[in-house]
Design a protein around this ligand. Structure first.
Ligand SMILES: Cc1ncc(COP(=O)(O)O)c(C=O)c1O
Length: 509
């Protein structure tokens, strides 16, 4: 990152002043320098210190992607008649993805702006298909394991589908029997992951596919994360569960080219077994005075850059390149797993199906959120997860050189936190810890809503999480936590202990 670039005063430095379009245009070079300086505060992904969000394989590929993207910077995929070359590239990306995931001759699909859009469309298409084929369903339902990506929750929220989240097994994978029981007459779609994001394990796709096929229910495999990784891991000879269109019951799959496909951001693929599913994704309007309007996915204007860069990435990396990148990423993940297991108090959660390493604690002696705070202070960007509390590392080939340094820092952080248990009730750790423990989730939601309102309010600033609750309108939970700190944590532990013992007794009866 541009850490050495001198800070240049920004035009919105005064927080009370709201940004306006400058009266006259600025100097492009000065503006670029200003943007470069602003980036100094951001996560250091080029240095391999970011364990999620960025998929990067080096400066050469990066520069090439930019060229491909720039070539189609102005083009609009909305009208395939006007931009035939974009349509051709989209079709080829879809076909290459379908063959990678063992689709058949009839497999069809479209590109989308990312995993979330692919998932939104899957749920919308399943709902609309059910409206035609099973019109008696008044309250459509989705059945999925609890670990399914949250974009499904968003889709259910947007499209008025009731989500039924099913408990997972001790291996973090979908519980096949519980899923079978949950599928009912209102089920319009079953979904599972290959792999799920939190622990990186692949759900039992073959078993679930068999059930869905027998019941005649569409089955989506969310391979947004692993679609461009698992095929290569399998080809390298690793024994992983079958996860794709080879399973007859699988009717659709999503795979993100902007993740392990190493394309530019804004590129995912949604695939269906055949057109009888895809046709419910399309939107056609015939009566608008602006003309007859047909669109395959959610946006109107479809930026050409991400489509072009996805095509260019797949063609330039090629199968040999993807295999090599997967080999490096798997090796890096294994080194990280082994290193974590050797650290007192820490353990890795879930089987090694992918290159995710989820770091939890063995006996709760080390507060994992406090470990995350220490790592953050050391310049690492790492995500905190809940139920169970753990940290998430998405491991790329690019992270491999950093693994030894990270393990040294992680070991130090774990030892430091074990020696200073009070860190669990300070800074971000306190916030994440308490948020995870509050039993009434609606209260947590209200508080997070408050954070969003502040972040997207008139000033649009990113709040300091450790200071949340200090302001009067921060919401009850945040204020409570801010005011009572340690005591609030103890109280929540007692409440949760009581709930667990009641739950245990009820289950035994
Ligand atoms: C399994 C899975 N599905 C869906 C998504 C959503 O993808 P996006 O962030 O591109 O919308 C993610 C993102 O990490 C994911 O891991």
């Amino acid at each position: 990152m541009a850490k050495s670039t001198p800070a240049i005063p920004t035009t919105t430095a005064d927080p009370r002043r709201r940004a306006t379009i400058p009266a006259s245009g600025g100097d492009p070079a000065a503006l670029l320098a200003e943007m470069q300086a602003m980036r100094a505060e951001d996560a250091d992904w080029q240095g391999g210190r970011t364990w999620s969000m960025v998929y990067y394989i080096g400066p050469e590929h990066h520069a090439f992607l930019k060229q491909a993207h720039n070539l189609y910077f102005a083009e609009n995929g909305l009208n395939p008649m006007a931009f035939k070359s974009l349509k051709r590239m989209e079709s080829e990306v879809v076909q290459m993805s379908a063959s990678m995931l063992n689709g058949g001759r009839d497999t069809v699909g479209t590109m989308t702006s990312g995993g979330t859009e692919s998932i939104l469309l899957t749920v919308k298409a399943a709902r609309d298909r059910a409206r035609k084929s099973r019109p008696w369903i008044l309250r459509p339902e989705l059945v999925a394991p609890k670990t399914i990506h949250v974009a499904f929750d968003k889709a259910c929220h947007y499209f008025n589908v009731k989500p039924r989240y099913i408990d997972i097994g001790p291996d973090y994978r979908a519980d096949v029997e519980a899923m079978r029981k949950a599928i009912g007459r209102n089920t319009i779609l079953v979904a599972a992951s290959a792999p799920q994001y939190p622990q990186g394990v692949i759900d039992p796709i073959a078993e679930l596919g068999e059930i869905c096929e027998a019941k005649g229910v569409p089955f989506h495999v969310d391979a947004c994360f692993g679609g461009f990784l698992l095929p290569w891991i399998e080809k390298l000879g690793h024994d992983i569960p079958t996860f794709d269109f080879r399973v007859p019951g699988v009717t659709s799959m999503s795979a993100d080219v902007h993740k392990f496909g190493y394309a530019a951001k804004g590129a995912s693929v949604i695939l269906y077994r055949d057109m009888s599913y895809l046709k419910h994704q399309f939107f056609v309007s015939t009566d608008w005075p602006g003309g007859i309007y047909a669109s395959p996915s959610m946006p109107g204007t479809r930026p050409g850059g991400p489509i072009a860069a996805a095509w260019a990435a797949m063609k330039s990396v090629g199968e040999a390149g993807y295999l090599e990148l997967a080999r490096e990423a798997v090796a890096a993940a294994q080194e990280l797993r082994d290193g974590v297991e050797a650290i007192e108090g820490l353990t890795v959660l879930g089987a090694a199906h992918s290159t995710v390493v989820a770091i939890g604690t063995t006996d709760g002696a080390v507060d994992i959120y406090a470990v995350a705070d220490v790592l953050q202070d050391k310049g690492w960007s790492i995500d905190r997860q809940q139920t169970p509390a753990c940290l998430h590392c998405t491991v790329n080939a690019h992270n491999r050189p950093q693994v030894p340094t990270f393990l040294v820092d992680l070991k130090e952080a774990a030892a430091h936190v074990a020696a200073h248990p009070e860190l669990a009730s300070e800074g971000n750790a306190a916030m994440y810890g308490m948020m995870a423990k509050v039993p009434v989730r609606g209260l947590v939601k209200l508080s997070v809503q408050k954070v969003m309102e502040s972040m997207y309010g008139p000033d649009g600033t990113v709040p300091d999480l450790s200071q949340l609750g200090a302001a009067e309108d921060d919401g009850f939970v945040l204020q409570f936590m801010h005011k009572y700190g340690d005591q609030a944590m103890e109280m929540l532990d007692r409440v949760n202990g009581f709930r667990a013992s009641i739950g245990g007794r009820l289950r035994r009866k």
